[in-house]
Ligand binder design. Structure first.
Ligand SMILES: Cc1ncc(COP(=O)(O)O)c(C=O)c1O
Length: 391
């Protein structure tokens, strides 16, 4: 029945949270372990899929409630919560590939995901191709007979490139490969990749799902059989989320739609303001008709999201001057929360990428990335206006 609910009703009331006292706010089962009364009960709970709870690294009621909610929001059969977004990305990827397999991911992608494909996987005998753009053609050209995984991040980091999810998923399906889509930037409110043919969705719940800059967490969503394998692996590798972290994400989810609606609107206004500003040379936002991915984004997204990047005329010097002059916006890495955060990718969030890969990904020295928060939109525009005056 809950499948017919609207997004926010699912976010608030979806997922089971059994509680003996009928608490309205979900309880936090802040326990590492659960007792049992007999050897027989212990043996039952020690099975691969236990009929109850035995140890939080395996499963926990608060964590489980989070998993059920996010599975519902993404339209998947089941979910696994992890200790971070990279815990989610690596859990999903390592559930798919084994030595001898080949995987494809774009260069313009979250830095640590890039490093997973460029540095870590090849060390375990997994071949990888990092493609220079995230178009369907680039994915197609990279295919090999042993390709088992196509990794998508759309909109991507930090250039807001758009990948046509349905076509890349179809490419993968035609050769029995798996697609994983990092849906962190879009959120399930704006985009549901599973409905477009993707096999697995990964999230950094540190961002929009948590939404308040106070928790590090991740999730993957997909078919029950895939999540079962991922869960077994997570239990062994130890990427489990802690119950309080899971609870913070549950609390954040209740307002996800309200926050994202506001962020979609404010980001559109800010993108239009920057696009018309004489000191700005380029704005990257899929909601602008001039964005090369605008038409695809219109088809596959319900809203264009709260992330944008822009370049100040004159490159590094003026770009950094404007960046440092912002007063309402905070200079901080991360994104997707209530406060507007700005970052300088060439200086921080993508700095460990080789310079030539940054160039391939289009990350210039003066690029500024903005994660639009939920502040009053007029205050944000005023802040950028005064900062650009000083650029
Ligand atoms: C798109 C994307 N995926 C994954 C991550 C990693 O998330 P976490 O920092 O929670 O591990 C990030 C972090 O910024 C991200 O932007």
């Amino acid at each position: 029945m809950s499948k017919q609910w609207g997004f926010t009703t699912k976010a608030i009331h979806g997922g089971r949270m059994p509680d003996a006292h009928k608490a309205v706010a979900p309880p936090i089962y802040q326990t590492a372990t659960f007792y049992y009364d007999s050897a027989e009960e212990g043996a039952r709970l020690g099975q691969e899929i236990p009929p109850g709870y035995i140890y939080t690294r395996w499963a926990n009621p608060t964590t489980r409630a989070l998993e059920e909610k996010v599975a519902l929001l993404e339209g998947g059969e089941d979910a696994l919560a992890t200790s971070s977004g990279m815990g989610a990305v690596s859990s999903a990827v390592l559930t798919v590939v084994k030595p001898g397999d080949h995987a494809v991911a774009p260069a313009a992608i979250y830095q640590a995901t890039y490093q997973l494909f460029a540095d870590i996987l090849p060390g375990y005998g997994i071949q990888t191709t990092v493609i220079s753009d995230s178009s369907t053609d680039a994915y197609e050209r990279a295919l090999r007979p042993n390709t088992k995984l196509l990794f998508i991040e759309t909109p991507n980091n930090p250039m807001l490139g758009i990948t046509e999810i349905e076509r890349v998923a179809a490419l993968a399906r035609a050769r029995s490969a798996v697609t994983i889509a990092d849906n962190t930037w879009a959120t399930p409110y704006n985009q549901t990749p599973l409905s477009l043919g993707v096999d697995v969705v990964a999230h950094s719940a540190t961002k929009y799902l948590g939404g308040h800059h106070d928790v590090t967490a991740g999730l993957i969503v997909g078919r029950a059989e895939f999540i079962k394998r991922a869960k077994r692996q997570a239990r062994i590798l130890g990427t489990t989320i802690d119950p309080f972290g899971a609870w913070l994400v549950i609390r954040g989810l209740a307002t996800l739609a309200l926050r994202v609606e506001r962020q979609n609107g404010s980001a559109q206004r800010l993108a239009e303001f920057l696009a018309g500003h004489p000191k700005v040379s380029k704005v990257y936002y899929p909601g602008l008709p001039s964005h090369p991915g605008h038409a695809i984004a219109r088809r596959q997204m319900r809203g264009f999201g709260g992330m944008l990047s822009f370049e100040v005329k004159g490159g590094y010097g003026p770009g950094v001057r404007a960046f440092e002059a912002l007063q309402v916006c905070k200079r901080a890495t991360s994104l997707g929360g209530i406060s507007t955060l700005v970052s300088h990718p060439a200086g921080i969030s993508s700095v460990q990428m080789p310079k030539e890969i940054r160039a391939v990904a289009g990350i210039s020295e003066g690029l500024i990335r903005v994660s639009v928060g939920i502040e009053d939109p007029d205050d944000l525009l005023d802040d950028f206006e005064q900062a650009l005056r000083l650029a």
